[in-house]
Design a protein around this ligand. Structure first.
Ligand SMILES: Nc1nc2c(c(=O)[nH]1)N[C@H]1C(S)=C(S)[C@@H](COP(=O)(O)OP(=O)(O)OC[C@H]3O[C@@H](n4cnc5c(=O)[nH]c(N)nc54)[C@H](O)[C@@H]3O)O[C@H]1N2
Ligand SMILES: Nc1nc2c(c(=O)[nH]1)N[C@H]1C(S)=C(S)[C@@H](COP(=O)(O)OP(=O)(O)OC[C@H]3O[C@@H](n4cnc5c(=O)[nH]c(N)nc54)[C@H](O)[C@@H]3O)O[C@H]1N2
Ligand code: SF4
Ligand SMILES: [Mo]
Length: 680
């Protein structure tokens, strides 16, 4: 018997696709994009089209296990759910009693974007326990804070409007690789005569498709944005009308930008001054013009302020007035569901701690696990994340994960590097197997997914696991009995006008529901910035450009020793480390892209095995001298499973523990290295 069920792709991707699963005799046969969804439009990316390979993979974890070998060795034996949950509960109780509940650290990110399984029963559980809170900074906080600095709120141009643009700039955004459902709108605009430009240190798939590729030095976007402002103001191309009505401190910003003339900006960014001038003129005079700014920019030491500076551009040109204008970083903030009611931070008052717990920055996990940090972390529960692969400063993280006095439970679908360090591993469901509610960070539709396929083996969802753990710990508040539907109703109980009135029944019927934003949605057409009077408040005094310390123009001693800037950006056919079990993912993440001018003096030719190193570590990859990076920059498509890498060393042993200028984010893309050819 053939049937089709609806689902939603839960991967950490802006597109949050509406998925149709074809099922034959209870088994998933095919996944495709829902043709009715206005952004999915009938297709899925290559990696999720093949998701059923992951779903039914022989390496899928199906039973709880306990470790029998050394930490990291990967030897485990099957145990019952009772034993697994009892062991975890007993250890959490022991650690809380001995060291205080804050010595327990939950560690999670966006393995699933489903709200219930991402931040639902787990939050209630850890709040009630009084565990440390995790500051989830690994990806986007620098950019989020930068946007908030710029606008006060974080609303964005909707993807559907890009079809109306006449100039689209992919700014640190690999649209074709990481946000492929925006691409058809870009293509439509191009067919209608739009120009498409990319600003990226790397010639990505996206940059290769652009009419012009501006090869920028990493971490210099703030300087470029100020240079563009300089030209726009100097030539009187700003929208005086829009600025006088909807912005403050315009003169101060103009005066500040005057200090960034094109020749200075050329020296800082590597972009020729003629190109800076022509880009500024074209951007200011083409209407509508849209910027797709993604998180590539925010993974630098200067990431937050760079995002803030770029976000000023469409205000200066009045581009927010146009359908198909403005800027998109993330659409997430408009999904104003009632998260506080779901997460219940007030439960902390009932915990043994009796107050709000400390906040621990996930990007500093290496430090957190190795230092005496009052209290020291003695137990960690990892879910929706693979810190043993994806965290910066990975050598320190691994040292921490190996600690014998650290109790570690890991909820996973696959035996990741992180799971290898666990005392107990719990097998979890995939998004095809559990109920969840989905927002998105690349569109404005809320979606519901019911299980499309049966949960295999003894797998359980995160929600169910934390419900069972709460019971084991004796947490008797009724919220721990909430069903998935109760929790979704809680989320929808929002008074915010964008969400008010959307019901579970409507989502059940329609699968996806547009937020109440009106159409077309133009957040800043008439002001509407997040300030008391709705004006955009420029803060030029916060925009003094300094090169990242860890860059060719930063610390001189460091760059003499490690002269190459490494960009370890997303690989096209995987999702961070999520498809790390696949050979095809390995072939992409096994490469280091280099320029011939850097390869030749090192006697490196295409295909050679090379060692990439700095003071923090050393990894081995295959050189790809492919003409896609500029001299002085290397690129390592990421994130490969360390245990499937040469010497078992993952790329993040090289990345820095430094944090971004705003938001405490990780600085994956401010990373200096040296490269040498490996012997034969
Ligand atoms: N296929 C695929 N899709 C994904 C993911 C994946 O791993 N694979 N990951 C998902 C996740 S978690 C996220 S956060 C999003 C991220 O989506 P993106 O932000 O698009 O991805 P990144 O690769 O981090 O960065 C985008 C681009 O920024 C460039 N870049 C690096 N440094 C700089 C700089 O200083 N200035 C400028 N202008 N550009 C710079 C990189 O070369 C890269 O091409 O993608 C999501 N989608
Ligand atoms: N070098 C380098 N490092 C990076 C980045 C980079 O560009 N370069 N990008 C950074 C960014 S932007 C991000 S967002 C982070 C991402 O880091 P993570 O959020 O850790 O992302 P993934 O590597 O995709 O790992 C997610 C894990 O969650 C598991 N999972 C999926 N669904 C569920 C579920 O329902 N329950 C449970 N318990 N587990 C589930 C998957 O099997 C997978 O192992 O990586 C960061 N690290
Ligand atoms: S990873 Fe992104 S593009 Fe691919 S199916 Fe999921 S949401 Fe869509
Ligand atoms: Mo991310």
């Amino acid at each position: 018997m053939l049937e089709t069920k609806h689902s939603v792709c839960a991967l950490d991707c802006p597109d949050a696709c509406s998925v149709l699963v074809t099922i034959e005799d209870g088994k998933g046969k095919r996944m495709r994009g829902n043709p009715d969804h206005p952004v999915t439009r009938g297709f899925l990316c290559a990696k999720v089209t093949q998701y059923l390979e992951r779903e039914y993979h022989p390496d899928r974890l199906l039973y709880p296990m306990k470790r029998t070998g050394a930490k990291g060795e990967g030897r485990f034996t099957r145990i019952s759910w009772d034993e697994a949950l009892d062991t975890i509960a007993a250890n959490l109780q022991r650690v809380a009693a001995q060291h205080g509940p804050e010595s327990i650290l939950p560690f999670s990110y966006a393995g699933t974007m489903g709200v219930l399984n991402n931040a639902g029963m787990d939050r209630r559980f850890f709040h009630r326990l009084g565990a440390s809170r995790l500051d989830r900074t690994i990806c986007s906080t620098a950019g989020m804070v930068g946007m908030t600095e710029a606008y006060g709120v974080r609303y964005s141009t909707e993807p559907e409007q890009f079809r109306h643009s006449k100039l689209i700039i992919a700014w640190g955004a690999n649209i074709h690789g990481t946000n492929v459902h925006l691409w058809p709108f870009v293509q439509e605009a191009i067919r209608n005569g739009a120009k498409f430009y990319a600003i990226d240190p790397v010639k990505t798939r996206t940059a290769a498709l652009a009419h012009k590729h501006f090869t920028i030095h990493p971490g210099t976007d703030m300087a470029l944005a100020l240079g563009l402002m300089h030209v726009i103001f100097a030539e009187g191309l700003e929208d005086r009308d829009y600025l006088s009505q909807h912005a403050r401190n315009v003169e101060a910003l103009k005066a500040h930008a005057a200090a960034y003339p094109p020749d200075r900006v050329e020296a800082l960014t590597g972009i020729a001054k003629e190109d800076i001038v022509s880009l500024a003129r074209e951007y200011a005079t083409t209407r509508p013009a849209a910027i797709r700014l993604n998180y590539g920019v925010n993974r630098s030491e200067r990431g937050g302020r760079s995002i803030q500076a770029v976000a000023y551009l469409p205000v200066i040109t009045g581009s927010w007035k146009d359908i198909g204008g403005g800027l998109q970083l993330s659409t997430s903030q408009a999904h104003q569901i009632n998260r506080a009611a779901l997460e219940m931070p007030e439960l902390q008052m009932k915990s043994a701690l009796g107050r709000e717990a400390r906040l621990c920055n996930m990007s500093e996990l290496g430090r957190l696990l190795n230092e005496e940090n009052n209290p020291r972390v003695h137990a960690m529960v990892v879910y929706n994340s693979n810190p043993g692969a994806i965290n910066p400063d990975l050598t320190s993280v691994n040292r921490g994960l190996r600690r014998n006095d650290l109790f570690l439970a890991v909820l996973e679908q696959f035996q990741t590097d992180t799971a290898d360090y666990a005392d107990v591993v719990l097998p979890v469901t995939t998004f095809l197997e559990h109920t969840d509610l989905y927002g998105a960070y690349g569109h404005y539709y809320l979606q519901l997914a019911r299980p499309a396929l049966p949960a295999p083996g003894e797998t359980k969802s995160n929600v169910e696991i934390f419900r069972l753990l709460a019971e084991r710990m004796g947490f008797d508040e009724p919220c721990f009995q909430d069903t998935e539907d109760d929790m979704i109703r809680t989320l929808l109980s929002s008074e915010h006008p964008f969400v008010k009135g959307i019901t579970l029944e409507q989502l059940e019927r329609e699968h996806f529901v547009r937020l109440n934003l009106g159409s077309p949605y133009q957040p800043f057409k008439d002001g509407g910035y997040g300030t008391p009077d709705g004006k955009c408040e420029f803060k030029p005094e916060t925009l003094h450009y300094e090169p990242p310390v860890e860059s060719r123009r930063g610390d001189k001693a460091l760059s003499a020793k490690y002269p190459l800037e490494m960009i370890c950006s997303k690989n096209d056919n995987s999702m961070n480390s999520t498809f790390g079990h696949r050979d095809e993912a390995d072939s992409e993440t096994g490469e280091l892209w280099m320029h011939t001018i850097d390869a030749a003096p090192r006697q490196i030719v295409d295909g050679d095995l090379v060692r990439i190193y700095n003071d923090r570590g050393s990894v081995m990859l295959k050189a790809s001298v492919n003409g896609s990076v500029a001299q002085g920059v290397v690129r390592a498509p990421s994130v490969r499973w360390p245990k499937r890498s040469a010497n078992r060393q993952g790329i993040n042993v090289l990345t820095s523990p430094r944090l971004t200028d705003l938001g405490g984010g990780a600085t994956f893309f401010s990373c200096l290295v040296q490269v040498e050819r490996c012997g034969d």
